[in-house]
Design a binder for this molecule. Sequence first.
Ligand SMILES: Nc1nc2c(c(=O)[nH]1)N[C@H]1C(S)=C(S)[C@@H](COP(=O)(O)O)O[C@H]1N2
Ligand SMILES: [Mo]
Length: 251
Amino acid sequence: MKNYKEYTISSAEIRKRTIISFLIFFVLLTCAVFIWKWLQKQPEDNGALKPLRTILNSDDVFFSNFLSSDHLAKTFQVGAAVHHPRVNGDVGMKSNFDTATWKLHLVRKPGDTLQISLDEIKTLPKTEIIFDFKCIEGWSQVTHWGGVKFSDFVQKYGLTDQSKMKYAGLVTPNSEYYVGIDMASLMHPQTLLCYEMNGKPLPLNQGYPLRLIIPVKYGIKNLKRIGSIAFSNERPPDYWYERGYDYYSGL
Ligand SMILES: Nc1nc2c(c(=O)[nH]1)N[C@H]1C(S)=C(S)[C@@H](COP(=O)(O)O)O[C@H]1N2
Ligand SMILES: [Mo]
């Protein structure tokens, strides 16, 4: 048993301590109000206030260096996949789109574009994945996809030099939705150029003929209806980044 010393505090002492506590409280409150006001006056940077964007960007650096490229997303048995996955975004998917004439525009270098049909893509080995697809809005679903590993595609089309660049940009045929993705995440073994869902051709509203399935990223990066792919060392434009979201959006 410990012995506690008993002591009494004078009422003058209590008053002193109370005053000090209030002073500290008001100083902190004033600081908070000033920081808040200062933040509101800051310019915007891609949909986020500049200081907050700076924090988001350092977040990107942290996650891209310490997580992602070599961790595998958890996979599931076929039976766990939902039969009618939710259809979410439709940016870039509303205009008339001629599925018959679609070809993937692969920009190997500026001015050097290869056009590839779905049948050609289907000649590559097919890979399937069943994983928990997560949207930044807060829902997730176990879904089943099939297609070609991005890394197999790179090998088949001789894109070794391009795959040493830092990013690729993927864009819908009408250029309305676009994502930029770091190369490590694209070359990840679970990343697919996907043409099947639940063992059947992709439905039109889920990205037919070809969409990106990238389990190490949130839904926003899983672009539906790919029109073109191009490579760069600078960050390609990104639809949701420009609207205040995190560029990396990794899981
Ligand atoms: N072209 C295009 N691709 C898109 C979107 C979009 O609006 N347009 N939304 C994204 C978002 S936010 C999510 S969550 C997923 C949803 O895919 P799903 O509709 O197949 O569920 O697609 C992504 N790809
Ligand atoms: Mo999403």
